[in-house]
Design a protein around this ligand. Structure first.
Ligand code: GRF
Length: 179
């Protein structure tokens, strides 16, 4: 059973739901994340940092909530906080992330802007296992995305997301089949 962490609009969460994957719980670090509305038929919860003494406490509470819902595999679908060991040790090598670049190039929260600023011909999508670093961890799937003349952050990110919506469910299916 899959738990998904979101912070934003949740189009990748939607792709997982549309693929019929067994998503049972969706959590966010933001109470008002639009992504939560996509999961109104599932268990949802928000874990805002300000409600906890530390990031480790917040992450422990979020991990416990997911485990209470039977979650065995966690997918970060636009989740914009680093996870601490208090979360990751509860799901060893069972946390996946989708990132809008060809990692290890352009890690971090501004990958699309930075690829455009660097003038690369090709951006990309990476799905990887999450470790304690920033967008590090073993790569599962990667695909190139062309950068076109006149691209803006919006047009390039939209093209990247089209690929993400195919690659992320495919990677999750691969992991489920391998178990
Ligand atoms: C995606 O581009 C993902 O790669 C990045 O954040 C974005 C989330 O988009 N980590 P959405 O919330 O799934 O629409």
């Amino acid at each position: 059973m899959i738990g998904v962490l979101v912070s934003g609009t949740g189009t990748n969460l939607q792709a997982l739901l549309d693929a019929g994957l067994p998503v049972v719980a969706v959590a966010s670090n933001k109470r008002d994340a639009p992504a939560l509305a996509r999961a109104a038929h599932l268990a949802t919860a928000s874990f805002e940092l300000g409600d906890y003494d530390s990031r480790a406490d917040r992450d422990a509470a979020m991990a416990a909530w997911l485990q209470e819902h039977g979650v065995e595999l966690v997918v970060l679908a636009g989740y914009m906080h680093i996870l601490t060991p208090s979360f990751l040790t509860r799901f060893p090598e069972r946390v996946l992330n989708v990132h809008p670049s060809l990692l290890p190039a352009f890690p971090g929260a501004h990958a699309v802007e930075e690829q455009l600023a660097a003038g690369v011909d090709e951006a990309g999508v990476t799905v990887h296992i999450v470790d304690e670093g920033v967008d590090s961890g073993p790569i599962l799937l990667q695909e190139r995305v062309p950068v076109r003349d006149g691209d803006t952050v919006e047009t390039l990110h939209a093209r990247i997301k089209e690929i993400e919506h195919r690659l992320l469910p495919a990677a999750v299916e691969e992991i489920l089949c391998a178990r």
